[in-house]
Design a protein around this ligand. Structure first.
Ligand SMILES: [Zn+2]
Length: 206
């Protein structure tokens, strides 16, 4: 049984948005290149389609972190992190170039587990009738059994802006990150999502 640990980026002292920007009145608005990807029902952006279209030239930042998170919940990694993850997870993660910061990529695991209604491990609001995405989905952080066989994946949580992935990684990945010298910066590992003693098999993800 693979033990999965949740992975979140540590906070950074700046606010970066990948898909959104601010208008002249300071209101948060979708970047013009993704305007047609907004759902008219719930107002959320289709994150996967936006990433496939490409990250905007206006996404610019400076950081010494090897992993950090954007305000719209994307995980950004640099070349060094990508290399390490690719060594362990092969093609389990898609990487999208950040054209104005060529050392960095938006990273998204291919294995996205969508919480099911009635699963007590998640707090869920029903799906939008237009786009089919859950209006809101949060993790309650209860141990669960997970029937997946990957080194890395993510729960497809949702907030009012769109997909809010919560990554989980195998102990192999945790060990490899912790063994790096100099140590990779920006990783925050939480608890085991599925500790061996867990017998509450309630998850209906995926
Ligand atoms: Zn919608």
């Amino acid at each position: 049984m693979t033990i999965y640990i949740d992975l979140t980026p540590q906070d950074v002292p700046f606010e970066l948005l990948v898909f959104w920007t601010f208008d002249s009145l300071g209101k948060r608005v979708i970047r013009p290149e993704y305007k047609d990807l907004l759902c008219p029902g719930c107002g959320k952006v289709d994150v996967k389609k936006a990433l496939e279209r490409g990250v905007s030239d206006d996404v610019i930042f400076t950081t010494t972190r090897d992993l950090f998170g954007s305000r719209d919940c994307m995980y950004l990694v640099n070349v060094r992190t990508r290399q390490l993850l690719e060594d362990i997870t092969a093609t389990a993660i898609d990487y999208y170039e950040v054209p104005s910061v060529p050392d960095y990529f938006v990273a998204l695991p291919r294995k996205l587990l969508i919480p099911h209604k009635g699963d007590p491990n998640f707090l869920i609001q029903p799906e939008c009738k237009v786009c089919g995405h859950l209006k809101d989905a949060r993790y309650r952080f209860k141990p669960m059994q997970m029937n997946v066989d990957v080194e890395v994946g993510a729960f497809a949580l949702e907030n009012g802006l769109g997909l809010m992935p919560l990554w989980f990684v195998s102990e192999n990945v945790v060990k490899a990150v912790k063994a790096t010298k100099p140590k990779l910066r920006g990783f925050s590992f939480g608890r085991a999502l599925n500790p061996p003693e867990c017998d509450k098999s309630t998850a209906e993800i995926d």
